[in-house]
Design a protein around this ligand. Structure first.
Ligand SMILES: [Zn+2]
Length: 181
């Protein structure tokens, strides 16, 4: 796997803590997702980041690249899923947890189900497109052939602040309303 964002190794796989609680572990990986989101922002993309963890190891970290790649499917989660599948050599990502700064959209939630991840942890909810508890609940829909356990609201304020600051500065520079979705 390449290193397109010039990431520092020290946060790629941070040193394990002594007997961390689930919340401490979740916050720790969410901080990595926030760091990835900051790279998206530097590229002029909406700051959304994702990391995937398998057996205590980060096997994917990605950020929204929709503008950078001119690709409507280049959401952080989709890129992270591709990286994780490549890292494991499998399309079934059993045993994996994905951490995302923003509640996944319908496309990404569908992809998480397709990839058979165990667990989704996200930061802030997305009232406009959230498909993991807000508008839809795709990851926990009993009619589908796989379900994920979902933890919402991890470092939600930090994740939301990042997005709000981005849109505020973009509105200021464009002087007009922009498409935030
Ligand atoms: Zn998405």
């Amino acid at each position: 796997m390449g290193d397109p964002g010039g990431f520092r190794r020290d946060w790629y796989n941070p040193r394990p803590m002594m007997n961390p609680t689930q919340q401490e572990t979740d916050e720790r990986y969410m901080r990595l997702a926030i760091d990835a989101a900051c790279v998206a922002q530097e590229n002029g993309d909406v700051p959304i980041g994702a990391v995937i963890v398998h057996q205590g190891r980060v096997i994917a970290r990605a950020y929204n690249q929709r503008e950078q790649l001119k690709d409507p499917t280049a959401h952080a989660e989709i890129i992270a899923l591709t990286q994780a599948a490549a890292a494991l050599g499998l399309w079934r990502l059993h045993g994996c947890t994905i951490y995302v700064t923003l509640e996944p959209c319908p496309m990404c939630a569908g992809a998480l189900v397709q990839a058979r991840l165990d667990r989704l942890v996200y930061g802030c909810a997305d009232p406009k497109a959230g498909a993991c508890g807000t508008l839809y609940d795709i990851c926990r829909d009993g009619r589908l052939n796989h379900r994920l356990s979902v933890t919402a609201g991890v470092l939600a304020d930090e994740c939301a602040d990042l997005l709000q600051a981005f849109f505020k500065s973009r509105r200021r520079s464009s002087g007009a309303d922009t498409d935030e979705s």
